[in-house]
Design a protein around this ligand. Structure first.
Ligand code: ZN
Length: 532
C-alpha cells in the first residue's frame, strides 16, 4: 500500500480526579520530552471531590497545547461540570466527548466512547447509561457500517474481562476491588464492536490483558485498564501509535493471544435487564388495555374499548390465552412479549413480535412491554446482522385488534433502497408517509393521531409513519391497502417475491410451519434474550 499517512500518536490518561493543573503540567512536560501527541483522551474520573485545582487552572488562562477529550461523569456530584457547556468545552481545548458515540479522526480512526456507569433504571442520568442507550449506540454503529472500532473508551471495566487470562504475570495482579465499576453492558457491546483497543479505568490498578481474539471476527483486542493519575501508584497513562485497520500492516508479531474472555452467548450480559419473574405460560387472566392515568388519555382509552368489542381475549388470534392461538407457531415467550412465526411468511424467518396480553396497538402497551420489545429487537438485529441481513419492522394498526410488530429480514445490500421504495409506494396509493423526528417517540406521535396508523422502522434508523385518522374516519380506513408493506417488500427491487404479497395464497402445511419455526428457534437461540 502506497499510503504515506503517518499513524496517529495517541495518549490515553486516567483518573485525573480533579488534579487538573498538575495533570496539564505533566502532559505538557511529556510533550517536550517525547514530542507532541495528536489526541489525548481521559477515562475514569476527570473531576474529584475538590474544585481547587480546576478553578486555579481555569483562572490561569492556560491552554493545553493538544485537544484533550474527556469522558462524562461517573458520579452524580460531578454532573454539574458537564451541563450548559458551550461547544462541549469544559475549558479551552478540553472537550467533553458526550454520552456515547464514535469520534472519527481526520486520519480515519474510529474511536467509540461510552460515558458514565451502568444503571438498571429506565431513565438515564447524566452519569449513567442503561440497556436502551447502549443498544441504541450499538445499533447506530451497525447502521453506519461501523462493525469494528479502533478504540473503545469506557470508564468501568467490562465484566469478565480477566477471564481466560494466560499470562502468569497478569494472573498475579491484584483483583479489582470495586465491583461496582464493572459493567455487563460493556462486555455486551465489546463483543459486537470488537475494538482493537479497549481502555477503562476506575479500578485504580493497571492491567494490560493478554490480547484476545474475538469470536465473531479476526480482530484481536487489547484491553488496558489504567490506574489513577492522582494516586500515581499504577501506570495511569498509555501512549501509542495507531493507524486505521486498512492501513495497518499485517500482524506478524506472535502475541500470546487468548480466546475471548466473554461468554459465548452475548445475551448472558443482558438477561439482568429483563424483568425477573415469569408469571405465566399460557395464562388465563384477561388483562385488558393498559390504562394510563393521564387525563388527556381518557378519551383515547374509551375509543380503544369501543373498538375492541368484537375481538377479545377469547377469540383473538394473537392472545396467548386464547383458544384460537396456533401454538406451534410460537418461537419463544417472554414476560410481556412473545415471538412467533407468521402464517404465509413473505420469506423464511419473517416473524412477528406480539404482546402476550390483549393490547390493541403500541400506544396502549405498558412500559415494561415496550422495554422487552426493544430488547428483543436489538437481539434480532444482532442475529440478522450475523447472517448478512437487516430487519425491517412494521406495525399496521388499521383493522387490527391485537398489537403485533412484523419483522422481515432483507439482505444488507438492499437496505439503502428501502426508504425510497416505501415512500414511492405510499405516494402511488396517494397516502402520506412522514418521517418521525429522531427525538419524538412513536407513543407520542401515535397518541396524537388517535387510533389508526401504519408504522415502519428501517435499518437506517428512519421511522416512517402514516396516520389513517382523517375527518372521514372509518371511510378512510377501508381504503388503506392492508398488504402495502408486504407489497413493498415483495417488489422486484427488494425481495422479488411478488407472488407472495397476499399471505392467504402462500399458506404452508402445519409440518412446514413447524419446521420453519423450529429452525428459526435454533438459529436464534444464541441471541435470544428469552430463556425458556
Ligand atoms: Zn388479543
Amino acid at each position: 500500500m502506497s499510503d504515506t499517512k503517518k499513524p496517529s500518536k495517541i495518549l490515553i490518561c486516567c483518573g485525573i480526579n480533579g488534579c487538573i493543573k498538575s495533570f496539564v503540567e505533566h502532559i505538557e512536560g511529556l510533550f517536550v520530552k517525547k514530542g507532541t501527541f495528536d489526541y489525548v483522551f481521559c477515562v475514569g474520573d476527570f473531576f474529584g471531590d475538590c474544585d481547587k485545582e480546576w478553578l486555579e487552572f481555569k483562572e490561569s488562562g492556560n491552554i493545553v497545547s493538544v485537544p484533550v477529550y474527556v469522558l462524562g461523569p461517573n458520579k452524580k456530584e460531578h454532573e454539574k461540570y458537564f451541563i450548559n457547556l458551550q461547544d462541549q468545552q469544559l475549558a479551552p481545548n478540553i472537550f467533553y466527548l458526550g454520552k456515547d458515540g464514535v469520534f472519527k479522526t481526520s486520519d480515519g480512526l474510529k474511536i467509540g466512547y461510552i460515558s458514565g456507569i451502568e444503571s438498571n433504571k429506565a431513565e438515564n442520568e447524566i452519569h449513567t447509561y442503561n440497556f436502551d442507550s447502549i443498544s441504541h449506540f450499538k445499533e447506530s454503529c451497525v447502521r453506519n457500517g461501523i462493525v469494528s472500532l479502533d478504540i473503545l473508551l469506557t470508564s468501568p471495566w467490562p465484566f469478565d474481562v480477566r477471564k481466560k487470562e494466560r499470562t502468569p504475570a497478569n494472573l498475579k495482579i491484584k483483583e479489582p476491588t470495586k465491583l461496582y465499576y464493572e459493567s455487563h453492558l460493556l462486555s455486551w457491546v465489546a463483543i459486537d464492536l470488537t475494538p482493537r483497543y479497549h481502555f477503562s479505568g476506575l479500578q485504580g490498578v493497571f492491567y494490560q490483558r493478554s490480547p484476545y481474539k474475538n469470536c465473531n471476527s479476526n480482530t484481536v483486542t487489547r484491553f488496558i485498564g489504567l490506574g489513577d493519575f492522582n494516586e500515581q501508584k499504577y501506570k495511569w497513562l498509555y501512549g501509542f501509535l495507531l493507524s486505521p485497520i486498512e492501513l495497518a500492516s499485517a500482524n506478524k508479531i506472535n502475541y500470546t493471544v487468548t480466546e475471548s474472555p466473554y461468554a459465548d452467548n452475548p445475551s448472558h450480559y443482558i438477561t439482568h435487564v429483563l424483568p425477573s419473574t415469569k408469571q405465566y405460560f399460557y395464562n388465563t387472566s384477561t388483562n385488558i388495555n393498559y390504562v394510563d392515568n393521564g387525563p388527556s388519555k381518557k378519551k383515547k382509552y374509551g375509543a380503544v374499548l369501543k373498538q375492541s368489542t368484537d375481538i377479545n381475549t377469547n377469540n383473538c388470534w394473537f392472545c396467548l390465552s386464547s383458544k384460537n392461538i396456533t401454538k406451534h407457531m410460537v418461537v419463544s415467550i417472554g414476560d410481556n412479549i412473545y415471538i412467533a412465526g407468521n402464517k404465509g411468511p413473505l420469506v423464511k424467518e419473517h416473524i412477528l413480535i406480539a404482546t402476550v396480553n390483549h393490547y390493541k396497538s403500541f400506544p396502549n402497551l405498558p412500559p415494561e412491554a415496550e422495554k422487552e420489545i426493544n430488547l428483543i429487537k436489538s437481539c434480532l438485529n444482532q442475529y440478522f446482522e450475523s447472517t448478512g441481513r437487516l430487519a425491517v419492522y412494521f406495525e399496521r394498526n388499521i383493522l387490527s385488534a391485537h398489537y403485533q410488530l412484523q419483522v422481515v429480514p432483507v439482505p444488507k445490500r438492499m437496505a439503502d433502497r428501502l426508504e425510497n421504495v416505501f415512500k414511492n409506494k405510499f405516494s402511488e396509493y396517494n397516502l402520506s408517509l412522514v418521517d418521525i423526528p429522531p427525538a419524538a417517540s412513536l407513543r407520542q406521535i401515535a397518541a396524537n393521531n388517535y387510533e389508526n396508523y401504519f408504522y415502519a422502522e428501517l435499518p437506517n434508523g428512519k421511522r416512517l409513519f402514516h396516520s389513517a385518522f382523517k375527518k372521514t374516519g372509518s371511510q378512510q380506513e377501508q381504503k388503506f391497502p392492508l398488504h402495502i408493506a408486504r407489497e413493498i417488500l415483495a417488489s422486484p427491487r427488494l425481495l422479488n417475491v411478488e407472488d407472495r404479497i397476499d399471505w392467504k395464497t402462500c399458506d404452508q402445511s402445519k409440518i412446514e410451519e413447524e419446521t420453519d419455526v423450529n429452525l428459526f428457534r435454533m438459529a436464534f437461540a444464541p441471541f435470544n434474550p428469552i430463556k425458556d
